[in-house]
Design a protein around this ligand. Structure first.
Ligand SMILES: Nc1ncnc2c1ncn2[C@@H]1O[C@H](COP(=O)(O)OP(=O)(O)OP(=O)(O)O)[C@@H](O)[C@H]1O
Ligand SMILES: [Mg+2]
Length: 238
């Protein structure tokens, strides 16, 4: 389990997040929804150790990990895919995938051939372009590459910040399927989105953030009305 309890976090003395709690079980997809500036990325940074907590506690696989660095949390199986598809533009597609394993202990690494085979099953277009430089990929393909690179590190918990941002609508189902498949293999996932409708279909639980606070939280089947959720995000409803 990955637990965040009563988090307060922000930048310097400014507090952005107030009293945010969430739980991620293995195999679960937690969807964090919220409008621009709601604090979604700040929450992901606080969860992954990129920014310190002002208050609250993080627990990973039964151990309190509050105050641990990104690297320490990564070693314990937590991985954060930042907003905007960050890949190494001057490396080939296949080298980008292989680099995902660098964070793993040598003894835990799988043979490159296995990693590449599985990665290209997830996103066949990357297999077709395996020898090209990552910078030649479209934005959507770079997002796919960032995801398989994170997967190659074999994290137990994956945090992913707005993977659908800027992508063609037609690519979104493919990206969401990636998360469903990883969850079915036991990975716990925190997915941040501004889009509501499609991500809601793959989520197990939902957290709605507005102005740094949780305004609604619960099982995804309580959030089936996408229009109502969108209104909740924007504050049109109490
Ligand atoms: N590095 C930073 N330094 C200072 N303030 C920041 C920083 N990053 C974000 N903020 C502020 O924190 C608040 C929440 O921003 P955050 O980026 O977490 O929101 P978000 O929900 O991810 O928005 P978006 O949907 O635009 O990505 C905003 O008021 C923003 O201005
Ligand atoms: Mg953001």
């Amino acid at each position: 389990m990955f637990l965040a309890k009563n988090l307060h976090a922000g930048y310097g003395r400014m507090t952005v997040l107030r009293d945010v709690s969430l739980t991620v079980a293995p195999g679960e997809i937690v969807l964090v929804l919220g409008p621009n500036g709601a604090g979604k990325s700040t929450l992901m940074r606080a969860l992954s150790g990129l920014i310190p907590l002002q208050q609250g506690q993080l627990e990973l696989q039964g151990t309190v990990v509050t105050g641990r660095s990104v690297e320490q949390l990564a070693q314990r199986g937590l991985r954060h895919v930042l907003e905007g598809h960050r890949v190494f533009p001057e490396l080939s597609v296949q080298d980008n995938v292989r680099l995902g394993q660098i964070a793993r202990r040598r003894a835990d690494r799988l043979p490159d051939a296995d990693i590449l085979k599985r990665a290209f099953e997830m996103f066949p277009i990357l297999g077709e372009k395996r020898h090209l430089l990552a910078r030649s990929l479209s934005g959507g393909q770079q997002q796919m590459l960032a995801l398989v690179q994170a997967w190659a590190a074999q994290p137990s918990f994956l945090l992913c910040d707005e993977p659908s941002l800027g992508l063609a609508q037609s690519l979104i189902p493919e990206i969401l399927r990636f998360f469903q498949e990883r969850a079915s293999e036991g990975m716990g996932i925190v997915l941040v989105e501004q889009l509501v409708e499609q991500p809601l279909r793959v989520a197990d639980t939902v957290v709605v953030l507005r102005q740094g606070q949780v305004v609604a939280q619960g099982k995804a089947d309580g959030f089936t009305d996408a229009a109502a959720v969108a209104e909740l995000m924007l504050g049109d409803r109490p």
